[in-house]
Design a protein around this ligand. Structure first.
Ligand SMILES: [Zn+2]
Length: 194
């Protein structure tokens, strides 16, 4: 199948959010307009709609940004994706694993977020070194939680290990530790159940 080309194709993750109704009105309007005039992007969108498996592939490949709103998570579940969820209490720890047929690992961090304007997430290795920092992540202050999904291929490759996350409130005056969370990961053993 040949597709018309597009000078600035809409990223797959954005199309997915559009389809799931996750974009705000202004973004949605811009996409509507682009899709009307662009055979390439509307064909890509159609393929997402046609084949639920492509949604799964996009999620597995990490095309979806890694910090999600709860509404987005619920829409993914409604589309038939198999989600495994863990909730870490504030400054607490959880034991986690991931099964071969899980499509997505959803991690919820309980956090006091009142008054927080910008939030960063750090991922730390066992020795305490910062491996990754996600800046200005979306969060729901009223719900008091940050929802995100680690890359599945990364999680599946992990041996038994400990991963820590830190939430940092960033303000013009400096940054402040909001919470710290420890995940004790073990590879999946058949018979563990869900
Ligand atoms: Zn396009």
């Amino acid at each position: 199948m040949t597709r018309p080309s597009c000078a600035s194709p809409i990223p797959l993750a954005t199309l997915l959010e559009y389809w799931l109704g996750e974009l705000d009105e202004a973004q949605e309007g811009r996409l509507d307009e682009h899709l009307l005039g662009c055979g390439h992007c509307s064909a890509t969108l159609q393929s997402l709609v046609d084949i639920a498996g492509e949604v799964r592939a996009a999620v597995r490949a990490g095309a979806v940004h890694s910090v999600l709103s709860d509404a987005f998570v619920r829409r993914l579940a409604a589309q038939g994706l198999r989600l495994r969820e863990y909730r870490a209490p504030h400054n607490g720890s959880v034991y986690c694993t991931v099964a071969p047929d899980d499509d997505l690992l959803i991690t919820r961090l309980d956090a006091p977020l009142a008054g927080v304007e910008r939030l960063d997430v750090e991922r730390l290795g066992g020795g305490g070194a910062v491996l990754e920092r996600l800046r200005d992540v979306p969060f729901d202050a009223a719900a008091g939680e940050v929802v995100f999904t680690p890359r599945m291929e990364h999680i599946r490759a992990l041996p038994a290990s400990t991963v820590r996350y830190r939430l940092l409130a960033v303000a013009p005056t400096g940054e402040r530790l909001v919470g710290e969370y420890t995940f004790h990961h073990t590879p999946y053993r058949p018979g563990d159940g869900r």
